[in-house]
Ligand binder design. Structure first.
Ligand SMILES: [Zn+2]
Length: 271
């Protein structure tokens, strides 16, 4: 199969049960290391509910990103300008950023705007002007055609700040080797390596700044230092210390994830 990113040969790595129903082949590119699935035919079914019951990290993630993005904007961008959250889901992130004083708008073709109505892409005054920064959290791994979607994003802004987990260093020869595949939901169809992001940056003439974990910036701007790495590190460590000091309770997030996964697996098996 041809790699969707670099057009080199992508080789079969494993099959996984997608949506509890379909044996789907996953491929990995020998050149840019991008992982993709066979041609997708299950997406309509997968997006029956845009935000799945397994995505319980939604609230915490949005709060955390609102803090990190506030710092990134303050250091690297014009904070008086306006911003777009692409694939913004229920609009929680946009609401949080507007609460913090940033002129933020939401775009999402698949999800109802609950928290930031009247601040959707269609509500923007002077739509011909570009956005200072576009954010796209947990969007890239959903893209069936990443390059053309990134081009669409670049039409809105010269800078794309996005989250997606980078492939771990261990061998990925089975869907269970990495939690981020979540074939149960059928929604993660594009999985990136840092080499994939570097290839995309070169191909589209962009600069890449990454924390080498899950936060990345593709931009036409050039920065002297990799601020994404430093800001992301500072936030993670500071927040870690903060929550350990003031809240000695362990989060239920991981346990809840496993619990819901076992519940939904049982339900699906019964059907
Ligand atoms: Zn490739």
């Amino acid at each position: 199969m041809k790699c969707k990113i670099c057009a080199e040969e992508s080789a079969p790595v494993f099959k996984a049960k997608v949506l509890y129903s379909y044996d789907v082949q996953y491929y990995k590119c020998g050149n840019c290391k991008f992982i993709q699935t066979e041609r997708t035919f299950w997406l309509e079914e997968a997006y029956h509910s845009a935000i799945t019951s397994l995505d319980i990290g939604y609230a915490t993630r949005n709060v955390m990103f609102s803090e990190i993005v506030s710092s990134i904007i303050k250091f690297l961008f014009d904070k008086k300008s306006r911003f777009l959250d692409f694939g913004g889901g229920y609009g929680l992130f946009v609401r949080l950023m507007r609460d913090r004083g940033f002129d933020y708008y939401r775009q999402d073709l698949f999800c109802e705007n609950i928290f930031s109505t009247f601040f959707d892409l269609g509500d923007v005054i002077r739509p011909e002007t570009k956005f200072e920064l576009l954010t796209a959290f947990e969007v890239f791994e959903h893209l069936d055609d990443p390059l053309s979607e990134i081009q669409t994003m670049l039409g809105f802004s010269d800078s794309i700040l996005f989250s997606t987990e980078l492939q771990p260093h261990n061998d990925l020869s089975n869907a269970s080797d990495w939690w981020y595949f979540v074939p149960e939901t059928g929604q993660h169809v594009a999985l990136y390596n840092i080499d994939t992001l570097r290839f995309i940056a070169r191909k589209l003439n962009l600069n890449l700044y990454s924390d080498y974990g899950n936060l990345h910036l593709l931009t036409r701007k050039k920065f002297r230092l990799n601020y994404i790495k430093y800001i992301s590190w500072a936030h993670r460590n500071y927040n870690g210390l903060f929550s350990r000091h003031f809240r000695n309770r362990k989060s239920h997030l991981q346990a809840d994830f496993q619990f819901i996964k076992s519940k939904t697996t049982k339900q699906e098996e019964k059907q």
